[in-house]
Design a protein around this ligand. Structure first.
Ligand code: ADP
Ligand code: MG
Ligand code: ZN
Length: 476
């Protein structure tokens, strides 16, 4: 038991899934040639005026409602002033003392299956800065394609107590934002970014310790590792009689350590003041009602409903709701086929390993209609479960129907009772000793007769009918 308790609060920046930027109509698509998606407004040219993107407001409000935040009917934009080459106006439009929403919560599930409530301080809107590159030849490049892209910042209370909890908080938050269509959750492209504030305090102490802010950690694994390392570093500093410096640190994954970026002791003064070029943001009741009414189902609600509506296990529900497209695919197929358990089993054992997801899109190699037909062929005794897997492998990635492939390959399973009984009779006649033993109770010989019958019929016989036929012929 450590003498210190870690305290962690996360700040998450999530890019809103709008086609155009927060205050101009430039495209937000990722990966364009540097500085091709810019205009006087997002370049910060004098005289250009910002106009707020209505879709951005809608998505931001949706996120705040999903996190149980209270909305402020009149909120205000503010200028956050600082100098940096990728910030063309010399300030960032953000929200300061009057954010549009405050006071929410996020429930996270810890490994012990218990839920933990993490308070959300606020969600506010702001714009992104550009990006500097120092790895393209001798010159540094400033790319302003990202300048002015609409973001929300989600500030969490310091309620987290370990790197594991922090990573779980981020996973849960990312999943919610993806399910409600607010953010694509892409950490590598930087559309979901996190800063971790970390401090420690003697166990039992109420007062918070001095925090260190670890900037821009781009994977859940790194968040956990960076926090765990930072906690150990701070413990070592205190144990050796030192004091924690309020600073910003980075994470070096190769070295497995955090390293100082800049000191915060000389507190960065952003000289916040109200943005004079934008009117207050007014959220009226009709607008809020409309956003609430169009709120997609949250992932946890979907899981609970899948279990109760389709009688699948909670584990299956968990797996099938890893991605909104996969969940929709499962539901569409189940609606067509009727039996959620059968659909869930096949999707889990075969389809999922072929699914590729990227942001909000998922490539699923078989259509609900095709999978329904395939499962119906099994249900009707036309093909075996094993054959269904072979046919799936041939159907995937094509628009062909499973029934066509069954015909083409002559796979149709024989369920004709008379035909099967005739074959069984021949095998019994040819193997009188084994037949007697089986009749005498040597039940292990059942497999022998099933095998012989299958062999005779080229593996195409319906196993259930074969079993029944053997029993009938031998009078068992
Ligand atoms: P700043 O802009 O300086 O980072 P914010 O108020 O935006 O300040 O962010 C504060 C973040 O730091 C919140 O997520 C909060 O939970 C966290 N935090 C504040 N104090 C502590 C502390 N002593 N230890 C850990 N986290 C803290
Ligand atoms: Mg911060
Ligand atoms: Zn622009």
């Amino acid at each position: 038991m450590s003498r210190y308790e870690p305290v962690i609060g996360l700040e998450v920046h999530a890019q809103l899934l709008t086609n155009t930027k927060a205050f101009c109509s430039c495209s937000t698509s990722f990966g364009g040639e540097p500085n091709t998606q810019v205009c006087p407004t997002c370049l910060g040219l004098p005289g250009a005026l910002p106009v707020l993107n209505a879709r951005a407001v809608q998505l931001a409000v949706r996120a705040a409602l999903a996190l149980g935040c209270k909305l402020r009917p009149h909120s205000r934009f503010a200028r956050k002033n600082y100098f940096y080459p990728d910030l063309p106006k010399g300030y960032q439009i953000s929200q300061f003392d009057e954010p549009f929403s405050e006071g929410g919560e996020l429930m996270i599930e810890l490994e012990t299956e218990q839920m933990k409530r993490v308070r959300i301080t606020r969600v506010h809107m702001e714009e992104d800065a550009g990006k500097s590159f120092h790895d393209r030849g001798d010159d540094s490049i400033v790319d302003l394609n990202r300048s002015g892209v609409a973001l929300i910042e989600i500030v969490g209370e310091p309620d987290l107590r370990s790197g594991v909890e922090a990573a779980e908080y981020l996973r849960t938050l990312r999943e919610i934002l993806i399910f409600i269509g607010v953010n694509d959750g892409n950490l590598e492209e930087g559309s979901f970014r996190c800063d971790a504030n970390v401090s420690i305090r003697p166990s039992g102490e109420e007062t918070l310790g001095t925090r260190v802010e670890i900037k821009n950690i781009n994977s859940f694994k790194f968040v956990q590792k960076a926090i765990e390392h930072e906690v150990l570093r701070q413990e070592a500093v205190l144990e050796s009689g030192g004091r924690i410096v309020h600073e910003t640190r980075g994470w070096d994954d190769k070295a497995g350590t955090t390293f100082p970026l800049r000191s915060k002791e000389s507190a960065q003064d952003y000289r916040y003041f109200p943005e004079p070029d934008l009117p207050p943001l007014v959220l009226d009741e009709a607008f809020i009602a409309q956003v609430s009414a169009s709120m997609p189902e949250l992932p946890r609600d979907k899981r609970t409903r899948f279990v109760s509506e389709y009688a699948i296990t909670s584990y299956a529900a968990q797996v099938l709701t890893q991605h909104p497209r996969v969940a929709a695919f499962f539901e569409e197929t189940t609606t067509l086929h009727g039996d959620g358990v059968k659909v869930a089993n096949f999707v889990q054992s075969e389809v999922l390993r072929d699914v590729e997801t990227k942001g909000l899109t998922a490539t699923i190699p078989i259509a609900p209609k095709q999978l329904t037909e395939l499962l119906n062929l099994v249900d009707g005794g036309k093909i075996s479960g094993k054959q269904a897997k072979e046919i799936y492998a041939k159907v995937k990635g094509t628009t062909r129907l499973p029934s066509e492939i069954v015909k083409e390959l002559g796979m149709e399973q024989v369920s004709d009772v008379g035909a099967i009984e005739a074959v069984v009779q021949r095998i019994v006649d040819a193997n009188p000793k084994q037949a007697e033993s089986l009749k005498g109770g040597k039940i292990g010989l059942m497999g022998f007769f099933v095998g012989q019958t299958m062999k005779e019929m080229g593996g195409a016989a319906n196993p259930a009918v074969v079993n029944a036929a053997i029993k009938k012929v031998l009078g068992l």
